[in-house]
Design a protein around this ligand. Structure first.
Ligand SMILES: [Zn+2]
Length: 80
Protein backbone atom coordinates (compact mmCIF):
# COMPACT_ATOMS: atom_id res chain seq x y z
CA UNK A 1 0.00 0.00 0.00
CA UNK A 2 3.05 2.29 0.10
CA UNK A 3 4.31 4.56 2.80
CA UNK A 4 1.83 6.48 4.97
CA UNK A 5 2.50 9.87 6.49
CA UNK A 6 0.86 11.23 9.61
CA UNK A 7 -0.57 14.73 9.84
CA UNK A 8 1.30 16.68 12.53
CA UNK A 9 -1.83 18.60 13.55
CA UNK A 10 -4.67 16.06 13.60
CA UNK A 11 -2.87 12.72 13.39
CA UNK A 12 -4.68 11.54 10.28
CA UNK A 13 -2.76 9.14 8.04
CA UNK A 14 -2.37 9.85 4.35
CA UNK A 15 -0.41 8.51 1.38
CA UNK A 16 2.85 10.02 0.16
CA UNK A 17 2.08 12.46 -2.65
CA UNK A 18 -1.14 13.62 -1.02
CA UNK A 19 -1.40 16.27 1.63
CA UNK A 20 1.02 19.13 2.13
CA UNK A 21 4.67 19.13 3.10
CA UNK A 22 6.30 22.20 4.61
CA UNK A 23 10.02 22.49 5.27
CA UNK A 24 11.49 24.74 7.91
CA UNK A 25 15.26 24.51 7.78
CA UNK A 26 16.22 20.86 7.91
CA UNK A 27 12.85 19.64 9.13
CA UNK A 28 9.89 18.70 6.99
CA UNK A 29 6.39 18.56 8.43
CA UNK A 30 3.47 16.62 6.99
CA UNK A 31 -0.13 17.80 6.88
CA UNK A 32 -3.11 15.96 5.47
CA UNK A 33 -4.84 19.20 4.37
CA UNK A 34 -4.33 22.92 3.80
CA UNK A 35 -6.39 23.66 6.89
CA UNK A 36 -4.03 21.71 9.13
CA UNK A 37 -0.97 23.25 7.45
CA UNK A 38 -2.36 26.74 7.94
CA UNK A 39 -3.18 26.01 11.58
CA UNK A 40 0.39 24.87 12.13
CA UNK A 41 2.01 27.81 10.32
CA UNK A 42 -0.16 30.28 12.21
CA UNK A 43 0.88 28.71 15.51
CA UNK A 44 4.54 28.86 14.51
CA UNK A 45 4.20 32.53 13.56
CA UNK A 46 2.40 33.35 16.79
CA UNK A 47 5.28 31.78 18.71
CA UNK A 48 7.85 34.03 17.08
CA UNK A 49 9.06 37.34 18.45
CA UNK A 50 6.28 39.85 17.62
CA UNK A 51 8.62 42.59 16.34
CA UNK A 52 10.50 40.11 14.15
CA UNK A 53 7.19 38.76 12.91
CA UNK A 54 5.97 42.25 12.08
CA UNK A 55 9.11 43.02 10.07
CA UNK A 56 8.92 39.74 8.17
CA UNK A 57 5.20 40.10 7.43
CA UNK A 58 5.85 43.62 6.14
CA UNK A 59 8.58 42.32 3.85
CA UNK A 60 6.38 39.56 2.47
CA UNK A 61 3.51 42.01 1.92
CA UNK A 62 5.90 44.25 0.02
CA UNK A 63 7.07 41.34 -2.15
CA UNK A 64 3.49 40.45 -3.03
CA UNK A 65 2.56 44.04 -3.79
CA UNK A 66 5.55 44.17 -6.18
CA UNK A 67 4.33 41.01 -7.92
CA UNK A 68 0.80 42.43 -8.14
CA UNK A 69 2.10 45.68 -9.58
CA UNK A 70 4.10 43.83 -12.25
CA UNK A 71 1.06 41.74 -13.09
CA UNK A 72 -1.11 44.83 -13.44
CA UNK A 73 1.48 46.50 -15.65
CA UNK A 74 1.72 43.41 -17.86
CA UNK A 75 -2.05 43.28 -18.24
CA UNK A 76 -2.18 47.00 -19.03
CA UNK A 77 0.43 46.54 -21.76
CA UNK A 78 -1.56 43.68 -23.30
CA UNK A 79 -4.69 45.82 -23.48
CA UNK A 80 -2.90 48.85 -24.94
ZN1 LIG B 1 -4.59 17.05 9.55
Amino acid sequence: MGEKLTCVVCGRKFSVGQGILISFGRNTYNFHSKTCALKFVKKVLESLDPSELERTADKVTEEYSKILKEKTERTAKKIA
